[in-house]
Ligand binder design. Structure first.
Ligand code: HEM
Length: 196
């Protein structure tokens, strides 16, 4: 099923679940982020805090850059899909403010999922540190400027922390719906449902 309505505001019929494609996008994003955020913390801890610039640290940086670059295109695809197909109507038992907060968190997450990898790519372009495993370089988005790189990468790191906090709130809300309120919110996004 696709949702034939204005993608951002009006919604598909109540009782809908997210389409198979929307759920696939969601859970692939979860897997990639679950890898990428710890990777970012471990590599900067080894490099910046411990000053350990060995093959492992360099490999972790390469993996983080490559995963972030691929994540950006995944999110572009996910956002295009979302804007074209919309989302099912809100779970009917939600109060107006709960709907508003959930929409706000979802759109903030989409924004951060786009902006955080983009800032990472701009940061490594400015540094410049575009090498991936000594095999190839990412395309540069800006001319070298090390001072600007430090600023951009600091913002990248802070926004990644903000994203992790929002994800924590988002997961807590999903679990609260499932375990305490026992409504259908989590089921709408679970994999393995019949094709929607
Ligand atoms: C990397 C972590 C995660 C990110 C970035 C993320 C992001 C998102 C986004 C952007 C949406 C909005 C979908 C849309 O309407 O287009 C969404 C929906 C949803 N997510 Fe997540 N999510 C994450 C982890 C999780 C986890 C671990 C759970 C479950 C425990 C979960 C449960 C849900 C549910 C149930 C919805 C649908 C909510 C509704 O129907 O109103 N998410 N997620």
């Amino acid at each position: 099923m696709t949702y034939d309505h204005d993608p951002v505001t009006t919604q598909a019929p109540a009782s809908g679940v997210y389409s198979a494609a929307a759920r696939r996008f969601h859970w692939i994003t979860v897997g990639v982020i679950a890898l990428q955020i710890p990777l970012g913390f471990v590599m900067t801890w080894r490099g910046n805090t411990m000053n350990l610039w060995d093959a492992l640290t360099n490999g972790l940086y390469s993996a983080h850059k490559l995963i972030g670059f691929l994540l950006l295109w995944l999110i572009v695809g996910r956002l295009i899909y979302r804007l074209l197909h919309g989302a099912p109507a809100d779970e009917p038992s939600l109060l107006w403010w709960q709907k508003a907060v959930s929409h706000l968190v979802h759109w903030l997450l989409y924004g951060l999922l786009l902006v955080v990898p983009l800032l990472g790519w701009i940061g490594v372009s400015l540094y410049p540190a575009l090498d991936i495993f000594g095999l190839f370089k990412l395309p540069a988005l800006a001319a070298p400027d090390e001072a600007a790189a430090a600023r951009v990468l600091a913002i990248h790191g802070w926004l990644a922390i903000l994203m992790a906090l929002l994800i924590g709130a988002h997961v807590a809300a999903a679990l609260h719906h499932h375990l305490v309120r026992k409504d259908g919110v989590l089921r709408r996004m679970l994999p393995g449902l019949p094709r929607a």
